[in-house]
Ligand binder design. Structure first.
Ligand code: NAD
Length: 512
């Protein structure tokens, strides 16, 4: 993957130029332009690739179509065995993959290693296709009539990922593949390198050519895949505005779509919270992965009776975070993904101040010695209130809000008024309060003394309101439902049934 592909601009000597993976082969991209992949801590361009054009995309779809029946007819235990092998290869490569993740995404090594462990669990669950593909049978629904209910794969699915989990989210494909579908994976243009390596390993694992395809590019790839007549559905993860747009586009063509969107997650700190135990959890929820997580706590809603104490201790704990390059093992907070993202975050604080917010901790203008071209912004904590953009809109970076609330009702009213419905968490030692919160908070995931209530791979993930568009959540058994159709077969066999014992089918009940 070195050198200049045909049909594209000139590249610097030794620049790594990425290719698509189509029908089991690395394939130069014919489209034009140049999309750089930049290390967000060093500012260096570490790879580049042209934008895939319609022909590039159509080739990948054709490869998927060509292999579909072969893959569908491949025995399920064989498909599962390939998943086991794939899991083993990723396990062996997990440290290398973690480092690629740090380079292209900016996470800390500890965060990247954590993502790899979670990603492995995706494959473990997907490999259970021998169990999840089971159907059911009811004998004698009529005289001599049986019903079978079987699961079938549907055909090529598109998997579109955001930048913030470059290993986990592209690996949604494992459920599609294990259930018998070929895929076209489109990683984020910011972070394609982890996916490139994952696809190389999929090839090594032995998936037949065409089962796993990868196409690089921006929104135009997503739009082409959504409208392509041979793509049967799309799993999309990204920001809410795009999720809504992609969902409408894809379903407008009569296809399946699950589109996971953004979030604004509220963490409620009550007067019975065990602060010593909960503080590390709050800090990691709100600032882990530089707050570039859909599960990140965004707004801390603190009961007024404990507000001053919680605020002081929270700020003290946040100040201990060490901003820097993720490859350095002592770093606990990495950069944000792009200079545009940093500018947007800083401007959101400026705007909030103009609206009357108070900056309690200011990370704007942060620098890291030796990494002058990195996208740095330190933890920025703002006292803000509903109605301010900084409080209401997803920020996706280490700018977080604190707000005083009178009690549970006010906290729940704020959560209810939010346009998002991904997660909400409560810190309390009072069971009744926790139970009421669990019932009344209108979100997809609830945390009780857990600020990042991310379900493990064996459970589905999804939100409400603008955080999710679709009917089947991502991952686990919902993914199996999403990537398969349930076919019902009603059958009878022409043997003489008159001698068979049994009650007259016209029986209406009651009389003997
Ligand atoms: P994004 O919406 O900018 O991009 C996501 C994907 O969509 C990328 O592959 C991108 O190329 C493509 N895309 C961008 N614009 C498009 C358009 N107009 N039409 C079609 N496709 C388009 O998101 P991002 O910045 O890469 O990722 C961060 C976002 O993802 C945040 O909002 C975060 O909350 C969300 N996210 C949600 C979940 C979840 O489970 N709900 C998980 C991870 C990330």
């Amino acid at each position: 993957m070195l050198g200049a592909p045909k049909g594209s601009v000139d590249y610097a000597p030794n620049m790594r130029v990425l290719e698509n993976f189509v029908a089991g082969a690395w394939t130069p991209i014919e489209g034009t332009g140049s999309i750089p992949v930049t290390n967000p801590a060093t500012g260096e361009t570490i790879a580049t690739h042209p934008q895939s054009n319609a022909a590039d995309i159509d080739r990948a779809v054709a490869a998927a179509v060509a292999v579909f029946r072969v893959w569908w007819m491949t025995p399920i235990p064989t498909r599962s065995a390939m998943m086991f092998r794939y899991r083993h290869l990723i396990w062996e490569a997990r440290e290398e993959l973690s480092r690629i993740l740090v380079e292209e995404n900016g996470k800390t090594l500890a965060e990247a290693r954590g993502e790899m462990l979670r990603a492995l669990q995706y494959i473990e669950h997907a490999a259970a296709a021998t169990e999840t593909m089971k159907g059911s049978v009811t004998e004698n629904v009529g005289s001599g009539v049986d019903i079978e209910y079987i699961r079938e794969p549907l055909g090529p699915f598109a998997i579109v990922a955001p930048f913030n989990f470059p290993a986990m989210i592209p690996l949604y494909f494992t459920w599609a593949v294990a259930t018998g579908n070929p895929v076209i994976v489109k990683p984020s243009e910011h972070c394609p390198l982890t996916t490139v390596r994952l696809v190389e390993l999929a090839d090594e694992a032995g998936f037949p050519p065409g089962v796993v395809n990868m196409v690089l590019g921006d929104r135009t790839v997503v739009e082409r895949l959504a409208e392509h007549p041979d793509v049967v559905g799309m799993s999309f993860v990204g920001s809410s505005e795009i999720a809504e747009r992609v969902y409408k586009l894809t379903t407008g063509y009569g296809k399946r779509c699950q589109a996971q969107g953004g979030s604004k997650n509220h963490l409620v700190v009550t007067d019975t919270a065990e602060l010593d135990k909960c503080l590390p959890n709050m800090v990691s929820s709100m600032l882990g992965s530089s707050s570039q997580r859909c599960f990140a706590g965004s707004n801390l809603l603190i009961y007024e009776s404990v507000y001053d104490r919680v605020m002081d201790r929270f700020l003290a704990a946040v100040k201990v975070l060490r901003l820097g390059y993720g490859m350095n093992e002592t770093t606990t907070l990495g950069p944000v993904i792009s200079p545009e993202s940093r500018t947007r975050l800083e401007e959101s604080v400026d705007k909030a101040v103009a609206e009357g917010a108070t900056v309690l901790l200011d990370g704007r203008g942060a620098t890291v010695a030796g990494f002058e071209r990195g996208n740095w912004i330190g933890p920025t904590i703002v006292s803000a209130s509903p109605g301010m953009e900084i409080f209401d809109q997803e920020l996706f970076g280490p700018v977080r809000c604190l707000q005083k609330v009178s009690g549970l009702d006010e906290a729940l009213a704020i959560i209810d008024a939010s346009a998002y419905g991904h997660t909400a968490a409560i810190y309390t030692e009072h069971g009744g309060v926790a139970r009421e919160f669990r019932q009344r908070a209108n979100v997809g995931q609830i945390g009780i003394n857990v600020g990042t209530p991310a379900p493990i791979a064996f459970y589905a993930v999804g939100g409400r309101k603008s955080s999710f568009y679709g009917s089947h959540r991502g991952r686990a058994n919902d993914a199996v439902d999403f990537y398969t159709d349930k076919k019902v077969v009603v059958s009878t066999w022409h043997i003489d049934t008159t001698e068979q014992p049994g009650v007259d089918p016209a029986f209406e009940g009651g009389a003997r």
